[in-house]
Write a protein that binds this ligand. Structure first.
Ligand SMILES: [Zn+2]
Ligand SMILES: [Zn+2]
Length: 255
């Protein structure tokens, strides 16, 4: 048994499509005895639900107010940024990235890409994946992997969320890039992604992991069950899980 994580780095609020407020999430984190909670709503390119960046200062202010009410929980302000180009562009401006406690990157398909070409290569190929010939599928997999690695190399990404959700990724290449950049791979309890095979392959490359609830409602904060199952089944060492082993990782220093 791996034990219970001390932080939930990936949760959503009403600023994207969560059902609770920042305070609801933090209150629940306190109730569950978590030491830290990440407020990480979707970047603005997520269709229909992304953060409105004009509200950013309001979000920062709200975090400060909530933090003062719940000193027992470290409230980390982050985003789940979207990959929007083959070159690894994210949908969050650098000046905001510089002010974050946590930068999560998710490869989602329901996003506005940086250009029509990126839409074609990054999104359309994945949406049509099942109907594509094997050779084209392999090309889509390579583009996915290259784009995500480009983001990891260009930005100080703390966590790649749900790697491989609804898309094919070269696990070994992604894991190697993440190890080199001190970026953790998420094991996501909401989606139960990645699967055991992916986690084993990434672990062999020396990857670090984070277990997250990806809660979209306050009651799910700190619900790591499905992520723990995957990690345990894959035989992941406790010392490789950032939010189990309070170690040297940059996220631990911030929290
Ligand atoms: Zn996501
Ligand atoms: Zn999420």
């Amino acid at each position: 048994m791996l034990g219970m994580p001390w932080a939930d780095f990936h949760t959503h609020t009403r600023y994207s499509h969560g059902t609770g407020t920042i305070e609801d999430n933090v209150r629940e984190a306190a109730r569950k005895g978590l030491y830290a909670v990440g407020i990480t709503d979707h970047g603005p390119s997520m269709l229909g639900i992304g953060i409105d960046l004009r509200r950013w200062e309001r979000i920062e202010k709200e975090i400060r107010v909530v933090q003062s009410k719940y000193p027992q929980v470290k409230v980390l302000l982050g985003v789940e940024a979207n990959l929007i180009s083959e070159d690894g562009d994210l949908d969050i401006p650098n000046e905001i990235i510089g002010r974050l406690d946590l930068l999560l990157v998710g490869f989602h398909l329901m996003v506005r890409p940086a250009s029509w070409r990126d839409g074609l290569r990054l999104i359309a190929g994945n949406l049509a994946y099942e109907s594509l010939p094997r050779k084209t599928q392999e090309r889509v997999r390579q583009i996915n992997t290259r784009a995500l690695i480009a983001a990891v190399n260009r930005y100080d990404v703390d966590i790649v969320t749900h790697p491989g959700l609804h898309l094919d990724i070269d696990t070994v290449k992604l894991a190697r890039a993440c190890v080199a950049r001190n970026t953790a791979l998420e094991i996501n309890a909401s989606h139960r992604v990645p699967d055991v095979g992916f986690v084993r392959a990434a672990a062999r490359e020396g990857a670090f992991f984070v277990l997250s609830s990806d809660a979209h409602s306050p009651n799910r904060i700190g619900d790591f069950r499905k992520a723990l199952q995957v990690a345990e089944e894959a035989g992941v060492d406790r010392g490789r899980v950032v939010n189990l082993d309070y170690g040297w990782h940059t996220m631990c220093r911030r929290a």
